[in-house]
Design a protein around this ligand. Sequence first.
Ligand code: ADP
Length: 190
Amino acid sequence: MLNIVLFGPPGAGKGTQSRKIIDKYSLVHISTGDLFRKHTSENSALGQLAKRYMDSGDLVPDDVVISMVEDKIRENLNLNGFIFDGFPRTVNQADALDSMLAKHDLSISGVIALEVPKEELKSRIKARAKTSGRADDQADGEINNRIAVYNNKTAPVAEYYKKQDKFTAVNGVGSVHSIFAFITEKIASF
Ligand code: ADP
């Protein structure tokens, strides 16, 4: 199985590139942000809980995210592999992901980080706000909080995977097509 973590700050293009990766490699997409938005739109208990954190740009508590991902892994074990998008977002989540996969004799094949400067992230999120309908895309306060949360809690996840020699970065500025070409080169080396 090919199990990839697509890593990077909010607005880096993880969703866009994930869709292309899924098409090419037939992987199961596990986007924790999309899963939470689905729960929120259905107004489930999990959705109501997640919304309180998401709207202000804070992280949903680890135990909630981890059990949701564990269910998705269990439901899709007989396929080609997974692409994790927006997960893990803390070192604790990364540790939990390794343990969950190990239970099924699986592991992460590699991590690809999309690197995009902060000012570019902000302008992309603001452009997306016009069509996304996402509360967390609309105002500077929430956007800045998401970037700060990324720097404080999520950036250390890169170190976690560097220690395992699984981390690789690509320039996330350029055309969707050219960035995807860099990603496929990286995947070929896993
Ligand atoms: P983006 O990467 O554009 O910020 P996502 O769609 O990945 O957006 O996530 C939106 C929100 O969902 C996050 O700001 C956070 O509140 C919540 N969320 C998503 N994934 C996680 C996660 N792995 N851990 C905690 N919270 C998460």
